[in-house]
Ligand binder design. Structure first.
Ligand code: ADP
Ligand code: ZN
Ligand code: ZN
Length: 807
């Protein structure tokens, strides 16, 4: 099979693959990483298939095989093709998700003069060409990069092309050295028997004491040891080693060292707990799916502390017993030692943890070890899904509702969607777990696409803590009674009580989206678009309120249109503001503030939280980061300062997001021996998301939410594609958005797609980002992909299939 279809790592790759000839003697297989000539460059590519004839007549030879060899599994190729079709991104971009870290290697170009040319008619050259040519002949060789430094990129390239066309110079391509490669270490051992070594050492002792010491050392350890160890122990240098090598007394060889990021677990293996009835039922279903070797999807629905993690652990154990391997996905933020330890302790030395903080070299080694099948379990954030885990039988996705599972750069995949496809390809079992499942997931569970497994109670084991009691405080009432503090009377009382009892308190402030809407502090009125009923967003650049659905613009009201109060203002309160107020109310309390300002230093999350868990502070003030996956046994009170910030975001998922966040925050209270209490402050105490969260009522929330989605034809009753264009010129951006909208509209009519709505163009939620203005168009309907297929979307547009959140 002398031909190969190759997906090439080039942004200009319009086609998914290009045909190449496989030169005589070279062996390549599908999935293999190769070097191919592409235009004037040498680029990496992945062989997708091989065959007897090329898809295109004119083929060039594959230049070489990437070394060390990288071969993607066929299932990875399949997933890559699916991702690229579904998320409408270049094939290589999808495949790149599955390549080992640090794979992309650049090449560089040198210029040399044609030796056969001795006299040139310099009149025929431009001044740039003459300058370059003289430089090249003078130096014998010039890097293109340096030529570009002299003349500037464009002029240099023009001159080089012209010189090359006239055969005055040649261009040669070279590969940059690999950024990472296996780590090699030098080992040394005796090349002679011990007796000889002893005698030689004695002879050398006077004139070359270092060499003698090395021989003595090797004689003592009796095996091959690393040179690093020997040189440190004897404080000797390489020259001594070389001298011994030359005398034939020692032998030196290089061996690969595996970079191991996690210190091998010293914890004793945690024994499995005896499952309760509900856990057992869930495990039985998962086990029978694992045994039948066909793909099944499960949703494990249970409140925090209901024993989901224990189910994951025992399901993993079952998979391993059946000779299968597994991937466990957790949200980025919960990749904490607390959680990882539960897995590494249960499966000692069988778990690979994919931390984003690992060095490139560490990740490279880990990738190869995983591919060799060294780990039964791979655990990590979303990208762990693409780890080359062989014999995949089980994928667990914890906190499946988390938005961080959606990748925000191309390919903009959702981990859940990709995981479902990966499991389908591998006939593997997928277990999604959550206390507050994504509305779309739960809808799929209700229609039977996912099997639902319920854990309906917290495991209390004789402790007091069942679900905490939640009280919703109406902030409008507070102002009426003259309380101007951001803390309601009820919250103040509860904080005092908790502090008196030496319990800990968490104060939570949702800051997603920041101060982007206008609310009256007297009556709670929020400025809403009169046409779309979506919260208007405050745009500081133009001092206007803007609707992100229909582009309605209006000035900021000076007085509240509802109660005529002048106390209408931006909700600009940050964690710092909360800290100042709480200090004045409770001067003796020890306060810890946790937000992105205070935890900017990498790795400080752990130490920060440890201080709180160890009781070094009484009150923790934080944003959504504290809501995730942490156990705070000493906390008996959680206060939510203003629940409205979440519900008022201009996003149809705002209610869902607020609900799940409130549930998670509430779940932080009373996980130890104390019964928890939660206080939610709001101007909309009757809002269904707040009420349902207060009653720990997922089903209630779901029923309201799904009815609302159905009536507005929002997902899961339609699908969305979001197109965003950005440019430094706002007007140009708007005009390009209008143009594409027109084209989409026309195509829609021409091919007669029913039920498709085009929304926009409107300024994106973040209208200006990093100096560029952004406009968006949303396609909504049963299948937006059909329209995208029929329209040429210019590459400058960002296409987001199934978008999540604001953009
Ligand atoms: P979740 O993942 O749903 O938050 P966990 O699996 O962390 O719940 O369980 C909560 C607590 O209950 C943990 O301390 C865990 O060790 C304990 N637990 C879980 N299952 C059992 C069981 N079957 N018997 C006893 N304790 C259990
Ligand atoms: Zn008002
Ligand atoms: Zn509107």
């Amino acid at each position: 099979m002398p031909y190969a279809e190759v997906s090439v790592n080039s942004p200009s790759g319009i086609k998914p693959t290009f045909s190449y000839h496989i030169p005589e003697g070279m062996e390549v297989q599908p999935g293999q990483a190769v070097w191919v000539p592409f235009g004037r460059q040498l680029l990496q590519g992945i062989v997708i298939s091989t065959g007897d004839s090329p898809e295109y007549e004119q083929t060039r030879d594959i230049a070489g095989i990437v070394d060390p060899p990288v071969i993607l599994a066929l299932s990875s190729l399949q997933l890559g093709k699916w991702l690229s079709a579904y998320y409408r991104c270049p094939l290589f971009q999808s495949l790149a998700l599955m390549l080992p870290p640090g794979f992309g290697r650049s090449n560089f170009c040198t210029l040399v003069a044609n030796p056969d040319v001795d006299i040139i008619c310099s009149e025929s050259l431009s001044s740039d060409e003459r300058e370059l040519f003289e430089k090249i002949t003078a130096c014998g060789l010039l890097e293109l990069k340096n030529a570009e430094k002299i003349l500037g990129k464009q002029r240099a390239q023009r001159a080089v092309s012209s010189l090359a066309r006239r055969n005055l110079i040649f261009r040669n391509f070279h590969l940059s050295p690999a950024r990472i490669s296996p780590k090699m270490e030098v080992f040394i051992e005796l090349a002679v028997d011990h007796e000889t070594a002893g005698k030689e050492a004695a002879k050398l002792a006077a004139r070359s004491p270092k060499q003698a010491m090395i021989l003595y050392y090797l004689e003592k350890v009796k095996t091959s040891v690393s040179w690093r160890e020997v040189s440190q122990a004897t404080s000797s240098s390489i020259s001594s080693r070389k001298a011994l090598e030359d005398k034939g007394l020692v032998a030196v060889n290089k061996r690969e060292i595996i970079r191991r990021p996690i210190p091998v677990s010293t914890q004793p293996p945690g024994p499995p707990l005896k499952p309760n009835n509900m856990q057992q039922r869930a495990l039985d279903e998962i086990t029978s799916s694992l045994k039948c070797n066909s793909s099944h999807n499960f949703l494990l629905h249970g409140v925090t502390g209901s024993g989901k993690t224990e189910v994951y652990l025992q399901a993993l154990d079952q998979a391993i017993r059946l000779g299968k391997k597994a991937i466990v996905l957790v949200p980025e933020i919960s990749l904490t030692p607390q959680i990882i330890n539960r897995f590494t302790a249960r499966f000692p030395n069988q778990v690979a943890v994919l931390h984003s903080t690992l060095s490139l070299g560490e990740r490279f080694d880990q990738w190869r070890e995983i591919k060799e099948g060294k780990y039964n379990v791979v655990i990590g954030a979303r990208s762990a899904l693409f780890a080359p885990q062989p014999d995949l039988g089980l994928v667990v996705m914890d906190e499946e509702h988390e938005w961080s599972y959606k990748q925000d750069t191309s390919p903009r995949y959702h981990t859940r969607t990709a995981a479902q496809e990966l499991c389908r390809i591998n006939n593997a079992t997928l277990v999604l777990g959550s206390a507050t499942p994504d509305v779309e997931t739960y809808y799929k569970a209700s229609t039977g696409e996912y099997r639902i497994l319920k854990l309906s109670e917290r495991i209390t084991q004789g402790r007091a803590s069942s679900l905490p009691e939640v009280e919703v405080v109406d902030l409008r009432e507070e102002l009426k009674t003259g309380n101007r503090s951001i803390f309601s009377r009820a919250l103040q009382t509860e904080i005092r009580t908790a502090l008196d009892r030496k319990d800990q308190v968490i104060l939570f402030l949702n800051r997603r989206g920041g101060a982007t809407f206008v609310q009256c502090r007297s009556c709670g009125y929020v400025a809403v678009c009169r046409r779309c009923r979506i919260t208007l967003s405050y745009h500081p650049q133009e001092e206007k309120l803007v609707c992100h659905h229909c582009n309605l613009r209006q000035p900021i009201p000076g007085i509240c249109p509802q109660c005529l109060s002048k106390r209408i203002k931006y909700l600009g309160l940050g964690t710092q503001g909360v800290e100042i107020e709480i200090t004045s109310l409770f001067p003796k309390a020890r306060i810890l503030r946790w937000d992105s300002d205070t935890t900017r230093n990498k790795g400080s999350h752990g130490t920060f939280l440890k201080r709180f868990i160890d009781g070094k502070a009484d009150i923790l003030i934080g944003t959504q980061m504290i809501a995730k996956g942490m156990d705070f046994p000493g906390v008996s009170l959680v206060g939510v300062i203003n629940a409205d910030i979440g519900i008022n975001l201009p996003d149809f998922r705002a209610g869902e997001h607020a609900f799940s966040l409130l549930c998670q925050v509430a779940g932080r209270a009373g996980r130890g021996d104390t019964t928890g209490k939660v206080i939610i402050q709001s101007y909309f105490p009757d809002h269904y998301a707040i009420q349902a969260a207060a009653n720990h009522d997922y089903e209630g929330f779901f029923n309201t939410e799904i009815a609302y989605r159905r009536s507005l034809k929002q997902p899961p009753f339609s699908r969305l594609a979001r197109l965003i264009f950005s440019h430094t010129n706002d007007d140009f951006c708007r005009r390009e958005a209008l143009r594409l909208k027109m084209e989409l509209s026309e195509n829609c009519g021409r091919i007669g797609i029913a039920g498709l709505t085009l929304i926009g163009p409107v300024p994106a939620f973040y209208h200006r980002l990093r100096g560029r203005y952004r406009w968006s168009i949303i396609i909504k309907g049963p299948d937006p992909a059909v329209l995208l297929e029929a329209t040429k979307i210019p590459p400058r547009w960002k296409v987001d299939i199934d978008p999540l959140g604001l953009d």
